[in-house]
Design a protein around this ligand. Structure first.
Ligand code: 5GP
Ligand code: ZN
Length: 110
């Protein structure tokens, strides 16, 4: 099995600056940003997707951390996205929230 890229980032095997971190969660910039600010908010513990998340407290903390990371990045207006499953665009099978901001967003998303 391929090592999970976000687990490797969390453990420091791929040097990545964290814009936010606590004992459960880290946030860092997306390598292929889709907006002027594009952060990923990731639980340190491996969880495959939102469908596999069994800890509601963690889900609440992820959302609160996304807000903190957005504020840290100077965003007051932003979009949070959680792609879940291949059809929804999930490519990394480790739960993450996208925080996108710094430009006007279109709706509906593609
Ligand atoms: P998904 O498509 O699963 O919703 O989002 C995965 C995101 O992870 C993509 O936006 C992709 O650009 C980002 N990504 C993939 N590999 C890396 C990496 O090694 N470092 C960082 N910072 N982002 C990554
Ligand atoms: Zn992982």
């Amino acid at each position: 099995m391929q090592p999970c890229i976000f687990c490797r980032i969390v453990e420091g095997a791929i040097p990545t600056p964290f814009v936010y971190k606590d004992d459960e969660i880290v946030a860092f910039s997306d390598i292929q940003p889709q907006a002027p600010v594009h952060l990923l908010v990731v639980p340190r513990r491996h969880v495959g997707s939102l469908n596999e998340a069994d800890d509601d407290m963690l889900l609440g903390r992820l959302l609160a951390s996304a807000r903190k990371a957005a504020a840290q990045a100077g965003l007051e207006q932003y979009r949070i996205v959680v792609n879940t499953g291949a059809d929804a665009g999930q490519s990394v099978l480790h739960l993450h929230l996208h925080v996108l901001g710094g430009r006007v967003m279109a709706w509906p998303p593609g």
